[in-house]
Design a protein around this ligand. Structure first.
Ligand SMILES: NC(=O)c1ccc[n+]([C@@H]2O[C@H](COP(=O)([O-])OP(=O)(O)OC[C@H]3O[C@@H](n4cnc5c(N)ncnc54)[C@H](OP(=O)(O)O)[C@@H]3O)[C@@H](O)[C@H]2O)c1
Length: 248
């Protein structure tokens, strides 16, 4: 008999209209969860994610929000509240990357990245904290660029390092209501940002792992699925790297 560890659970995955978020949503749905497929601009992508989940026998629904806007996030959770069944699992997967030197620092790029990578997960966690109860799960998607910052990655690396502090703080705060909070830290992974990484960086990331390749989103989603499962009830405040031992 097929075991579905998340049967009866309801999950929100941000940024699930494409990239890694889509694959995480598909995995949680395959494990039995009803999945809210959040998107910001990828409407068609989110519809496709829902279709892929339903074609595989799962259940999902797409909802839109710009997570850098608090009012959007409040609206997203209010829409979730109108669905029967509550919320058990929240995955903060939305995120944007981009480089830039100190001398060309632009306010617009700074605000964009802080809005989506820092304020967004915070707004989502704030609404999630009002709803998640015993057995709840909050999972933040970090990046190895917080562990191994590169020249020019400063803002992105700092937002992802901040997520680790959020995780440790939120784990203490939400543990009191039976909720675990963890970070999954992918290295370069496809589909997602890494598939758009130009040469020579793509080869650099492949060579950085002893496996001589970049990661597959399914491999990251497997770690998320474990943390979302009842099996991970005593794992909280942890940061789990899923990067094939790459040193970049
Ligand atoms: N792939 C990698 O190599 C890699 C490595 C390390 C960490 N990560 C992290 O993994 C997560 C997923 O990345 P990915 O590779 O799947 O990236 P991606 O393919 O570039 O997707 C970015 C996601 O962020 C969402 N997003 C952008 N602006 C948003 C906004 N204003 N509000 C809400 N969501 C917004 C996008 O939604 P729309 O398309 O709907 O706008 C999209 O789903 C990110 O947190 C990223 O930092 C990725």
């Amino acid at each position: 008999m097929e075991v579905q560890p998340l049967a009866g659970k309801r999950a929100l995955v941000t940024g699930a209209g494409r990239g890694m978020g889509r694959v995480i949503a598909q995995r949680l749905a395959a494990d039995g969860a009803y999945v809210i497929v959040h998107y910001a601009s990828s409407n068609a992508g989110a519809v496709e994610t829902v279709q892929l989940i339903e074609a595989a026998g799962g259940q999902a629904k797409a909802l839109q929000a710009d997570i850098s806007r608090r009012s959007d996030v409040v609206g997203l959770f209010e829409a979730i509240d109108r669905e029967p069944g509550g919320l058990d699992i929240v995955v903060n997967s939305s995120g944007v990357s981009g480089g830039g030197s100190l001398v060309t620092l632009e306010d617009e790029q700074l605000e964009w990245m802080l809005g989506i990578n820092l304020k967004g997960p915070l707004y989502v966690a704030s609404e999630a904290a009002k709803r998640l109860g015993e057995g709840g799960r909050l999972i933040n998607i970090g990046s190895t660029l917080a562990e191994f910052p590169m020249g020019g990655s400063g803002i992105y690396s700092a937002t992802k390092a901040a997520l680790k502090s959020f995780t440790e703080s939120w784990a203490k705060e939400l543990g009191k209501q039976g909720v675990t909070v963890n970070t999954v830290i992918p290295g370069a992974t496809s589909p997602g940002m890494a598939e758009r990484t130009p040469e020579p960086y793509r080869s650099f990331y492949e060579q950085a792992s002893p496996f001589q390749r970049i990661g597959r989103a399914e491999e990251v989603a497997a770690v998320v699925a474990f943390l979302a499962s009842p099996q991970a009830s005593w794992v909280s405040g942890a940061h789990i790297m899923a990067n094939g031992a790459a040193n970049a």
